[in-house]
Design a protein around this ligand. Structure first.
Ligand SMILES: Nc1ncnc2c1ncn2[C@@H]1O[C@H](COP(=O)(O)OP(=O)(O)OP(=O)(O)O)[C@@H](O)[C@H]1O
Length: 329
């Protein structure tokens, strides 16, 4: 069995720059793949290559076991089964949401078109704005309209360029749920790119880390977050305490991995007011309120740590710092 979409050894240069090099990834039906990378890491270029809109310098793209033709060999680049939603949505602003979606189905019979448009409006939660002109929509509504339009022709693969970039918290949640529903109910596979770690971690079935055009790591969000292959991946995916091995041994005992430097997430540490089994007394430097938790900076023998706690601790208070979850991470 082959994968739905396969990128094989893709490279792309915009001389003198190598923008992507030797990208390999596979996407299965109904899978949501997130690509996390900082600005300029090559995310949009990778999506444009995957959509068949530009030619790679090396490598091939396979869809359902068939090699895609090069963009330069086609009158209209792209493939009908692969749809890309760009950052700027590309909607026709004067016409309604319904008309924007229907436009993608203009060559179909009216009865089918009306039925399909209604289905997509429901799937993408656009009922309340269906007859409004696109120019009057919020960012989230525009994004969902662009997705509905991309899906109109039953694309098998949806490519989303920074789908959450302009959305507030509630709209992020809503859009993420729409994408999950889509994948589950229609089997549409999705690659989305983002520079926001929580979005990548919470929505992806698998995620990749893109850095200077290279895929550094690929795995489930848990694998990438809990076993980052480098300090860079650890920092990109969340907050991290970098602890030299001998300090770790002195404070907490045997380290979980035999490396010179240990990458410890804040939630792997706890602070208490009383002494526990293995740990070290530390001094609170500051407590910062972050809504659902406090982010607390403590110092023990010149080593600084970030810890999360449900309550604030006063500056200069002595707290006992312990390392937890030694087996799960
Ligand atoms: N058509 C082009 N011509 C020349 N250079 C390009 C072209 N397209 C992209 N690049 C360069 O390739 C690099 C990667 O660009 P890309 O847009 O893929 O990054 P990105 O990760 O999507 O960034 P962002 O998050 O800022 O959108 C950048 O340095 C960019 O300047």
């Amino acid at each position: 069995m082959y994968s739905l979409l396969e990128l094989r050894h893709l490279s792309k240069n915009y001389p003198p720059q190598s923008v992507l090099s030797d990208i390999q990834l596979e996407l299965q039906t109904g899978e949501i793949l997130g690509l996390l990378g900082e600005s300029g890491s090559g995310k949009s270029t990778l999506l444009r290559l995957a959509a068949g809109l530009i030619d790679p310098d090396e490598g091939e793209i396979w869809l359902n076991g068939e090699k895609l033709r090069l963009a330069s060999d086609q009158l209209i680049p792209g493939h009908p089964d692969i749809k890309i939603v760009h950052q700027d949505y590309n909607l026709s602003l004067p016409i309604s949401v319904r008309e924007n979606i229907a436009y993608a189905l203009r060559y179909y019979q009216k009865a089918y078109r009306d039925e399909r448009v209604d289905e997509l409006i429901e799937l993408c939660h656009l009922e309340t704005v269906a007859d409004k002109p696109a120019k009057s929509l919020s960012g989230g509504e525009k994004q969902r309209t662009a997705i509905a339009r991309a899906l109109a022709e039953e694309a098998k693969v949806l490519l989303l360029d920074e789908p959450f970039a302009h959305l507030d918290f509630a709209n992020r949640r809503r859009l993420a749920q729409t994408i999950r529903t889509l994948a589950e109910e229609t089997g549409t596979a999705c690659i989305f790119v983002t520079h926001d770690a929580p979005d990548a971690l919470s929505l992806s079935d698998r995620m990749g880390i893109l850095y200077q055009g290279k895929l550094l790591q690929m795995g489930t969000p848990q694998e990438v977050y809990q076993q980052p292959i480098s300090e860079y991946v650890a920092e990109l995916t969340g907050e991290i305490n970098v602890v030299p091995r001998n300090t770790f041994e002195q404070f907490f005992g045997t380290p979980p991995r035999p490396s010179d430097t240990l990458l410890i997430r804040p939630e792997q540490l706890i602070i208490t007011e009383t002494e526990g089994t293995q740990g070290i007394w530390a001094t609170v430097e500051r407590s910062i309120f972050e809504g659902s938790r406090y982010r607390i900076q403590v110092t023990a023998e010149q080593q600084s740590f970030i810890v999360y706690a449900p309550i604030a601790f006063p500056k200069e208070k002595s707290v006992f710092l312990r390392y937890i979850f030694p087996t799960t991470y």
